[in-house]
Design a protein around this ligand. Sequence first.
Ligand code: NAD
Ligand code: 4PL
Length: 245
Amino acid sequence: MRLKDRVALVTGAAQGIGRAIAARLVADGAQVILADVNAAGAEAAAGEMGAAAAFGTDIADPQAVAALFEAVGARWGALDVLVNNAAIVPFIPWDEVDLAHWNRIIGVNLTGTFLMCRAATDQMRARGRAGRVINIASNTVFAGTPNMAAYVAAKAGVVGLTRALATELGPHGITVNAVSPGLIESDGVKASPHAQAFEFVEMLQAIKGRGQPEHVADVVAFLASDDARWMTGQLVNVDAGMIRH
Ligand code: NAD
Ligand code: 4PL
């Protein structure tokens, strides 16, 4: 119960890694808010895990993000924990990457993360609340994984944003860290061509087996807790030792 009575919001929590993170934070005693562009999926997941609330929110839409934080402010004042997990995980060879794809991926995965950080940390500071921000990056920023160039660029942007915000928000009692998972058997990956990569990735891992959403969720829960109070601006790699950094 190390997160008892903390208010935590997880984006992209209708399925996959976000859903596992939300469930783990509920298990640790937090009041968890699920936000996902898939409103019905977020509702269903929230009901099953005993979360506090669910919102249908497109993190790339500034008005939707503003409405979300208006509701959060009215009911809870401010968040204690924000987990930026929502992202599009594309499989697209470089020869097919055009400006429309680039803008869509940067718009959700990087700009969406920015909009959530902007609104959440403004609210934390206005209410004099200490806070934790945890951004989900990816070990593709080290590996240069093929078939997702815009995604890799966006995730490297998330790492940069994490480092910069840690410096500017540390004096306000807000820590900002990131987690870089390796290939994880999430709902999205299971339904995509990335599912074909498990054998290859396992060969590169020091620990064998397939990465599961819970492997990521347990590390996020640590970063959300008081145990991580002396950490900020860090990128914690969670990939069974595929990459050493
Ligand atoms: P997933 O596709 O299974 O789930 C993503 C969720 O995000 C979905 O519920 C989707 O509706 C939601 N979402 C998408 N766009 C949104 C938007 N604009 N606004 C709000 N919600 C939105 O994905 P996953 O594999 O669980 O990935 C979760 C996170 O982990 C992502 O940040 C991803 O980049 C990262 N990650 C995944 C892997 C992997 O191998 N699965 C590896 C490294 C990092
Ligand atoms: C190693 O973030 O980290 C495939 C798909 N392989 O999204 C990822 C690896 C994928 C990854 C990722």
